[in-house]
Design a protein around this ligand. Structure first.
Ligand code: UT7
Length: 335
């Protein structure tokens, strides 16, 4: 298990493997900031934020709670949940747009902090859709036999990327991390990732972007968003990947047990679910407590719903997200 394999024997076994979730974990900064607390600092109100987004509070990282620290805690908790140790993991993917440093990859810092010394570790950048892209990527490694167990982390500190002078964006985001462990298991068991669907369309860059970077300004920059346009695109377009993921698996919204979407805005989530015909009581909502944590939002929500007993083995779960780029995607998972 020390290196990634390209053994043709492994590839021949590929059609019989599925990527099964065997553990989840999460980590949130201790500090909670309510809407009322924000209203003391800027021209906003609890009423506006709740009405427009469903957000009531968010967690904000302390100086020593970097993306890799939050990611490492979430990853350790997912490993513990799975009953596994560092020696069992041969792939680490961290979905993040707020790495501790431009390089090395945050995934390698998480890998080192956990004592994982084999396999590969890399970051994946698809902004809010990062976790869905990371699950899809890991699934390719696991189902081709190139890796056996993947630790997939979504970790973000967007409080460091937003412009705290811009009330139209800064009230929306929070910090946190979530993680899952995916294991290659025999497909005959029926569990695991059943289908995935990814899309990107770079023509929408101006709608949601960061106005800096190492290759342009040499600074980190700040998040900029045309909220109304993103909202329209999210509701109007993103459902195509959900429809595709259902179609690939030969299933429909009726078969679904839990819809675990990216947590950006309650109105976007409910409008998308309505459009697809997913019953409101099948939606896992955490945006009220966490705000928009970008790539961390889905694994955080998965961990909440699994630990409170909603998501159980055998349940059919759809994850879905859209973010900057635009990039968007969905994955259907038999838990
Ligand atoms: O995770 C990546 C994906 N991102 C998203 O999914 C975000 C998508 N967009 C949204 O969630 C919504 O568009 C927002 C929550 C960002 C905004 O909601 P909206 O209903 O589209 O509001 P709006 O942008 O049309 O603004 C309405 C009004 C404006 O005032 P006027 O021009 O009508 O006088 C804003 O200036 O609300 C004002 N406003 C605020 N008022 C109080 C904007 N931000 C605030 C604020 N507090 N924080």
């Amino acid at each position: 298990m020390a290196t990634l394999r390209t053994d043709p024997e492994q590839s021949r076994r590929a059609p019989n493997l599925r990527s099964v979730v065997v553990g989840t974990g999460s980590s949130l900064p201790e500090r909670v900031v309510t809407n009322a607390a924000l209203a003391e600092q800027m021209d906003t109100s609890d009423e506006w934020i709740v009405q427009r987004t469903g957000i009531r509070q968010r967690h904000i990282a302390a100086a020593d709670e970097t993306t890799s620290v939050l990611g490492m805690r979430a990853a350790q908790s997912a490993l513990d949940d799975a009953g596994l140790t560092a020696d069992d993991i041969d792939l680490v993917i961290c979905a993040t747009s707020t790495p501790d440093h431009t390089f090395p990859a945050t995934a390698t810092q998480i890998q080192a902090a956990l004592g994982i010394h084999q396999g590969a570790a890399f970051d994946l950048q698809a902004v809010c859709a990062g976790f869905v892209f990371a699950v899809t990527t890991a699934d390719k490694f696991l189902t081709t036999g190139a890796a056996r167990r993947a630790l997939i982390v979504g970790a973000e500190t967007f409080s460091r990327l937003v412009d705290w002078e811009d009330r139209t964006t800064c009230v929306l985001f929070g910090d946190g991390a979530g993680a899952i462990v995916l294991e290659a298991q025999a497909a005959e068991e029926g569990r695991g990732v059943l289908s995935t669907s990814l899309r990107s369309d770079g023509r929408h860059r101006e709608k949601l972007y960061v106005d800096g970077g190492p290759g342009s300004t040499g600074t980190t920059g700040h998040l900029r968003m045309e909220g109304r346009d993103v909202f329209r695109f999210a509701v109007g377009q993103v459902t195509d990947v959900i429809v595709d993921a259902f179609a690939q698996a030969g299933m429909t919204a009726e078969d679904l047990d839990w819809f675990v979407p990216h947590q950006a805005n309650r109105r976007i989530i409910e409008a998308s679910a309505d459009k697809i015909g997913i019953a409101r009581d099948k939606i896992v909502l955490t945006v009220d407590r966490h705000g928009n944590t970008s790539a961390a939002s889905i694994p955080l929500a998965l961990d909440v719903a699994r630990r409170d007993g909603r998501i159980k083995p055998g349940d059919l779960v759809m994850i879905e997200a859209i973010g900057g780029g635009f990039s968007w995607g969905a994955a259907l998972i038999r838990w």
